[in-house]
Design a protein around this ligand. Structure first.
Ligand code: NAP
Length: 250
């Protein structure tokens, strides 16, 4: 059990983030459920956490803006007064486009949410968790993607590039704070059956791509959550800087 430990999950209202929130609650974490705009979904996750016997708050905030990041961490400070874990899960895709079709606005937003948002949230977490700053230590798990390795040509090279940056960030930050009580790891999901595909205009993408996946099926949010919970847990006390593929062999 994780006792009174507090976990912040960015993008905790739906998909993989929501599965992490509920799985973490079952392991005794108190949970801050961040969302961008879907308050109802976040409140449903809070209710599921309470039904699992733990405590949660819904925290509005856009990780793609500095004001949003500040608001998220202020709400965690006010609600729980401590932080022990961060899952940098909030992320976006766009509709399939070649690089010569992608607008500057889309690229800017993708970088701000997927890269700057994750780095800024990690920085705020380090300020609260690092023994260098008087904290108790903690654990950070970043969501990257198997797209970081495959490059996603013809679909979303911009998205894949943001996840490549998260791979590098994971290794660098892990080494930077390893002696300060903080472990930093990442999971690289493959094709997971969530609403992210519909948000990119391809609602059937997970089913359509199943034949190209060695295991012949998309993964579930719960399967990714299990890997994240392992990396957060005390079963992984000597694991840092690791990037775990959760991709059905893709
Ligand atoms: P999803 O179903 O689309 O859910 C996205 C979540 O992120 C929602 O809770 C959403 O909040 C939140 N969010 C979006 N933009 C945000 C922002 N600017 N600030 C704060 N929260 C924001 O996504 P998912 O499939 O679970 O993906 C989660 C992570 O896994 C992402 O980083 C994604 O890149 C990565 N991943 C997913 C797959 C896959 O196949 N699904 C594969 C590889 C990697 P609202 O509910 O308020 O909109």
């Amino acid at each position: 059990m994780s006792g009174e430990r507090v976990l912040l999950v960015t993008g905790g209202s739906r998909g993989i983030g929501a599965a992490v929130c509920v799985a973490a609650a079952r392991e005794g974490w108190r949970v801050a459920v961040n969302y961008a705009s879907n308050r109802k979904a976040a409140e449903d996750v809070v209710r599921a956490i309470e039904e699992a016997g733990s405590v949660a708050i819904a925290v509005e905030g856009d990780v793609g803006s500095e004001a949003g990041v500040k608001a998220i961490f202020s709400a965690v400070d006010a609600g729980f007064g401590r932080l022990d874990g961060l899952v940098n899960n909030a992320g976006i895709v766009g509709p399939p486009q070649r690089i010569d079709e992608i607008s500057a606005e889309r690229l800017d937003r993708m970088l701000r949410v997927n890269v700057t948002g994750s780095i800024r949230c990690a920085a705020e977490a380090v300020l609260r968790m690092s023994t260098r700053h008087g904290g108790r230590g903690g654990s950070i798990v970043n969501l990257t993607s198997i797209a970081a390795v495959l490059g996603a040509p013809g679909q979303y090279v911009d998205y894949a590039t943001t996840k490549g940056a998260i791979d590098t960030f994971t290794v660098g930050l892990a080494r930077e704070v390893a002696a300060e009580g903080i472990r930093v790891n990442a999971v690289r999901p493959g094709i997971i059956d969530t609403e992210i595909h519909a948000s990119g205009g391809l609602p059937d993408r997970a089913r359509d791509l199943a034949p190209s996946i060695p295991m012949q099926r998309p993964g579930t949010a719960g399967e990714v959550a299990d890997a994240i919970l392992y990396l957060l847990s005390d079963k992984a006390t000597y694991v840092t800087g690791a990037i775990l593929n959760v991709s059905g062999g893709r």
